[in-house]
Design a protein around this ligand. Structure first.
Ligand code: ZN
Length: 462
C-alpha cells in the first residue's frame, strides 16, 4: 500500500506538533493572566498572590545556609515561623542612633512618608509597644519605584518583626527565631606553656565560657592548680547553637574526658524527662563529691600569678605536710567539704588559720589567711564551697599563699592525690537507662577521637 506518500506523513506530524504547541500556549497562558489581573509579569503575579508563608518557600530556595543545616532548620521551623525571612545580603542596613524615631530613620533612608504611616500603624500589639533600641539595626529593601518592599527589626537576637508589602499594605509579622543545636567535638592537647583554657581556645572552642566549665565540672576530681602538665589532654563534646544558620553561641557540654598523667576522668551529662539530673561518671556516680579537690578556685589563681615565687616556703614547712596555692592577697578560700570549725585563730607559725572537722575520719586545715570570715566560730557548721576566709601571707610565709592540709584518720595526706570518697550513685531504677546513654556517649567520643587522630596524628600522643 503506497497510497500515503512519505511527505504527507511529514506534513501530518508537523500539524500534530503545531496543534500541541497551540494547545499548551492557549491553555497555560490565559490562566496565568487571569490570576495576574492584567499583569504581564508571570512571576510577579504569583508572588503578589501568595501569602507570606508561601513567599518563604520562594526565598528558601535562595538561602545561603550550609547544606547540613537546612534540614535541621526546616525541621525546627515546620510551623512556618520564619515566613518572611530574607537573605540579609539583599537588604540595606541602617543603625539606630540615640534619639532616633522611625520617622527620622525613614527620612534618612529616603523611604516614602506613606510607608512610614503604614509601618507605624501596623497591627500587632507587640509592635505597637516595641521601642527602637540604639545600636540595633533596621534592614529593608525598596522596590524599583522606591517604595518599601520589606523591612525587619530585631530588638534582641531571637525576635524579629518583619514587614512585607502585600498589595498596598505592609503586613507585620512577629517571629521568634529558633536556636538550632549542633554537636561539636574537640580534642585538646595541653602543650608546654598552655593553660587548660588557652589550649581549648587554640583547638577551636569558640567561647571561653565553655572551656571554663571544665575546671568547674571537675572541681571534685582534679586540682587544676597542681595537676595539669604538658602532655595532658582533654576531649569535649558540646553543643554549638545556630540561629538562621549563623553561629549564635555555645550550649551545654554533653560529655567530657580529661587525661591528667595516668589518670582519666570522664563525665557525661544526664537528663531525665528533659530535666537535668547533672553530670555523672560513666559508671553512674555523681560528679559532685564530698570534697572539692582544691580550696581555691582555679579561675582565681590562673591569671598570671607566678607560683614559682613561692619556692622558699618549702624550706619553711618541714616536713611539708600540705600543699601551697600561690594566689593574690584577698583571693577567697573555700571549705572543701561540709563540716564544723574545730579550731581557728592566729599564731606565730600559721598566721590566721582555720581547722575543719568533717567527720571522725577527715579533717582539713587552712593557714596564713589574710582574714578569717566572721561566720567562722568554734563549732560553727560550714558547707562545701562556703567562703571561710581569704588568702594572705600571715605567720611564717614569704609570699601570699594558702597552705592547705588534708588529714585522714590523723595522718597527713597529699590533698592533690589522696583518694576521695565517690559521689552519690544513681538509683537502681535509673542506672540501666543511664548506662545505655553513657555507653553511647563514651563510644561516640572514642570514635571522634579516632577520627581526629587519623587527621592529625602528630598532635596525639596515645
Ligand atoms: Zn605550705
Amino acid at each position: 500500500m503506497r497510497k500515503f506518500p512519505i511527505k504527507h506523513v511529514a506534513t501530518c506530524s508537523m500539524l500534530v506538533i503545531a496543534l500541541f504547541v497551540c494547545f499548551i500556549l492557549f491553555t497555560e497562558k490565559p490562566v496565568a493572566l487571569s490570576v495576574a489581573d492584567g499583569s504581564t509579569d508571570f512571576e510577579e503575579s504569583v508572588r503578589s498572590n501568595l501569602g507570606p508563608l508561601e513567599q518563604s518557600t520562594i526565598d528558601a530556595g535562595r538561602s545561603a545556609l550550609p547544606d547540613e543545616l537546612v534540614d535541621e532548620l526546616s525541621e525546627y521551623s515546620s510551623n512556618g515561623s520564619h515566613a518572611s525571612w530574607r537573605e540579609s545580603a539583599e537588604l540595606v542596613q541602617v543603625e539606630i542612633r540615640n534619639g532616633d524615631s522611625l520617622s527620622t530613620i525613614f527620612n534618612r533612608a529616603n523611604i516614602p512618608h506613606a510607608d512610614l504611616i503604614l509601618v507605624q500603624h501596623a497591627s500587632p500589639d507587640q509592635w505597637q509597644t516595641q521601642r527602637l533600641l540604639a545600636g540595633r539595626h533596621l534592614r529593608y529593601q525598596l522596590s524599583d519605584d522606591g517604595d518599601l518592599e520589606y523591612m525587619e527589626y530585631s530588638p534582641e537576637d531571637l525576635t524579629v518583626f518583619s514587614f512585607t508589602r502585600i498589595d498596598d499594605e505592609l503586613t507585620c509579622e512577629v517571629r521568634t527565631r529558633k536556636i538550632v543545636s549542633k554537636e561539636t567535638y574537640h580534642y585538646v592537647s595541653i602543650e608546654s606553656g598552655d593553660s587548660v583554657i588557652s589550649a581549648g581556645l587554640a583547638a577551636g572552642v569558640k567561647q571561653e565560657k565553655t572551656v571554663w566549665k571544665i575546671p568547674k565540672l571537675l572541681q571534685w576530681d582534679l586540682d587544676f592548680y597542681h595537676d595539669i602538665h604538658p602532655g595532658d589532654s582533654y576531649q569535649i563534646l558540646y553543643y554549638e547553637q545556630f540561629v538562621d544558620g549563623e553561629y549564635y553561641g555555645d550550649g551545654e557540654i554533653i560529655a567530657l574526658q580529661f587525661v591528667s598523667g595516668d589518670q582519666t576522668y570522664e563525665l557525661v551529662r544526664y537528663e531525665e524527662n528533659g530535666i537535668l539530673n547533672g553530670y555523672f561518671t560513666p559508671k553512674g556516680y555523681a560528679a559532685r563529691k564530698r570534697f572539692l579537690r582544691s580550696p581555691v578556685e582555679y579561675t582565681r589563681i590562673s591569671s598570671g600569678f607566678n607560683p614559682r615565687r613561692l619556692h622558699p616556703i618549702y624550706k619553711v614547712h618541714k616536713p611539708h605536710r600540705g600543699i601551697d596555692y600561690a594566689a593574690p592577697i584577698g583571693t577567697p578560700v573555700y571549705a572543701t567539704a561540709d563540716g564544723t570549725v574545730s579550731e581557728f585563730g592566729k599564731n606565730r607559725l600559721n598566721g590566721n588559720y582555720v581547722f575543719l572537722k568533717h567527720d571522725r575520719v577527715y579533717a582539713t586545715k587552712y593557714l596564713h589567711l589574710h582574714r578569717i570570715d566572721p561566720s567562722v566560730k568554734k563549732g560553727a557548721e560550714v558547707k562545701q564551697g562556703q567562703r571561710i576566709g581569704s588568702v594572705g601571707s600571715t605567720g611564717v610565709s614569704t609570699g601570699p599563699h594558702l597552705h592547705y592540709e588534708f588529714i585522714v584518720n590523723g595522718v597527713h595526706q597529699n590533698p592533690a592525690t589522696v583518694h576521695l570518697p565517690e559521689g552519690e550513685p544513681l538509683s537502681e531504677s535509673e542506672i540501666a537507662r543511664f548506662q545505655a546513654h553513657a555507653n553511647e556517649l563514651v563510644a561516640r567520643m572514642e570514635a571522634l577521637k579516632t577520627k581526629y587522630q587519623a587527621n592529625s596524628p602528630s598532635l596525639v600522643k596515645n
